[in-house]
Design a protein around this ligand. Sequence first.
Ligand code: NAD
Length: 236
Amino acid sequence: MNENRKKIVVLSGAGISAESGIQTFRDSDGLWENYRVEDVCTPEALARDPELVIGFYNQRLAQVLKAKPNPGHTALVELEQKYDVRIVTQNIDDLHERAGSSNVLHLHGDIRKKRSQVDPDDIEDIVPLEKGIRMGDLDRYGKQFRPHIVFFGEAVPNIEPAAKLVEEADIVLIIGTSLNVYPAAGLMYYARPDAKIYYIDPKAESAKGLDKRVVCIAGKAGTAVPEMVRQLMEEA
Ligand code: NAD
C-alpha cells in the first residue's frame, strides 16, 4: 500500500443505484415503491405491523438481488488503482461491493442482513437471501429478527467512523443524494478546509445552502461518475 496516495471519500445516496433500477424515494413524491415511509421505515411501524415492514424489506431485497452495478459503481473501483478510496453509502443495497469496491461503510444498514431486536450487535446474514427474513425467524432471545436497517428516528451507529474518514480525506465525492437525510447530509462539513468537494447529482445545481467550496456537477451517476473518475485518474 502506497502511503502517499491521496485519500478519496465517496458519500453515495440512492441516486447512484437509480440507473440499476432501484428507485430513490425523493424522486417519487416521498413514497418508496408506493409505500409511505412512516408505514414501513420507522421503529413504530415495526412494532405496529412487523409482517408489513419485514415484507416490505423482503421485496426490496428481491429487487436488489435482480439489480446489477452500473457504470457509476464500477468507475469508482478503478480509482483504487491510484487512490486510497473509502465509500460511505446511505444505500442498503450491495451494488458497490458487487462492483468490486474494497472499503464500503453502510450508514443506514445492509439489506442482506437481519438483526436482533434485543441485542443490536447480534447481526446475521439472511440465508438463503432469496427467501428474505421469515416470520417466526427468532433471535436467541426468542424475538422476531428485524431487518438490519436504520429506520427513520433511530441512531446511526456508523456516523462517527464516517465523519473520521471525511476528516482525513483530500477529495470528497458526493454522488446521488438529495442531502435531505441527516446526519448523513452533514458529513461533508467534516471535510478539511483544503479538501476538494464535488457533488454529482441531476439536481446538484439547485441544492441550497451548500458550502462555497462544493463543485456541483449536474448529471446522472452512470455518465458523470466515469467522467469524474477519468479526470481524477489523470490528476493523480
Ligand atoms: P437521496 O436522499 O439520496 O435522494 C435521491 C437523489 O438521487 C436525488 O437528489 C436525485 O436527484 C438523485 N438522482 C436520481 N437519479 C440519479 C442518477 N441517475 N444519478 C445520480 N443521482 C440521481 O435518496 P432518497 O431516495 O431520498 O433516500 C434516502 C434514504 O432512503 C437513503 O439514505 C437510504 O437509506 C434509503 N434508500 C436506499 C436505497 C438503496 O439502497 N438503493 C434506495 C432508496 C432509498
